[in-house]
Design a protein around this ligand. Structure first.
Ligand code: SAM
Length: 236
């Protein structure tokens, strides 16, 4: 067993089980991330055991706290080098993943990675606020998630429009997650959301992390998402 699998399985404990194929895929992922990172700035974290904890295990914790139905359509907004979306797909091949990002270079990596892993996903170079106004994406997903993209009161405007009524918005946050949630209460309500839970956990060398569970209970008003300059200047 290599260091990546060893550290990943130890960190996950009984939160989640991974089969042999998934472990092999995480090994390949870590190796390609390290190779590509020499040429492109994909992530500051490349040391194998740190990748296993801070990228892989952290991404996979969503599956411990969020009910992702079999065959669910999941969108990862601002996927970067594939977190959490591709990690979730490795653990749950039944998921129909759409990974979007406003930076094309990172998506070249994600496309190459999926090809090497033998996995299928829709990878789209688009900004969230544009995709959220498009009929192809709007209210089409069972689950929307994002990690390290924006503060929650901005992120909810980017992500809530993607979620179908009855679906889930599951942002992944750090130690400030609970405080961000307090600030975003009004925005979430306006966008059709209802807070179900804020699940906090500790990861070695990462400190406190949290997965927030927001149910979509009503349609997002058509004027949202607004252009990104407005979202940043006047967050809801
Ligand atoms: N989610 C990944 C992770 O956790 O490692 C990447 C995080 S990286 C810090 C933020 C990513 O979000 C970048 O790749 C950036 O291009 C993307 N991003 C930021 N704002 C965006 C927007 N409005 N639409 C699409 N992508 C966006």
């Amino acid at each position: 067993m290599s260091i990546v699998t060893d550290v990943l399985l130890n960190t996950l404990g009984d939160a989640l089980t991974l089969d042999v194929r998934a472990c092999e895929r995480f090994e390949i992922y870590a190796s390609l991330l390290s190779q590509w990172n020499k040429k492109f700035n994909l992530t500051a974290i490349t040391e194998p055991s740190a990748v296993a904890v801070k990228h892989f295990a952290d991404s996979l914790m969503l599956l411990k706290y969020i009910d992702v139905p079999q065959g669910a359509k999941l969108i990862d907004v601002g996927t970067g080098a594939g977190f959490p979306g591709v990690a979730l797909l490795i653990a749950r091949n039944d998921i129909k993943l759409t990974a979007i990002d406003g930076t094309g270079k990172k998506l070249d990596f994600v496309r190459m990675l999926l090809n090497e892993l033998g996995l299928d996903a829709e990878v789209v170079h688009v900004r969230a606020e544009e995709a959220g106004q498009s009929a192809d994406f709007r209210e089409k997903f069972d689950v929307a998630t994002a990690r390290a993209v924006a503060s929650l009161n901005e992120l909810c405007e980017y992500c809530m429009p993607f979620v179908r009524i009855g679906g889930t918005f599951a942002p992944m946050k750090g130690a400030a997650g609970e405080d961000e949630l307090k600030l975003a209460r009004g925005a979430l309500k306006l966008l059709g959301g209802e807070i179900a839970a804020c699940e906090c956990f500790n990861l070695p060398e990462c400190g406190e992390r949290c997965v927030i569970n927001i149910k979509k209970i009503s349609q997002t008003p058509p004027r949202y998402p607004r252009p990104s300059a407005q979202i940043a200047k006047r967050p809801l």
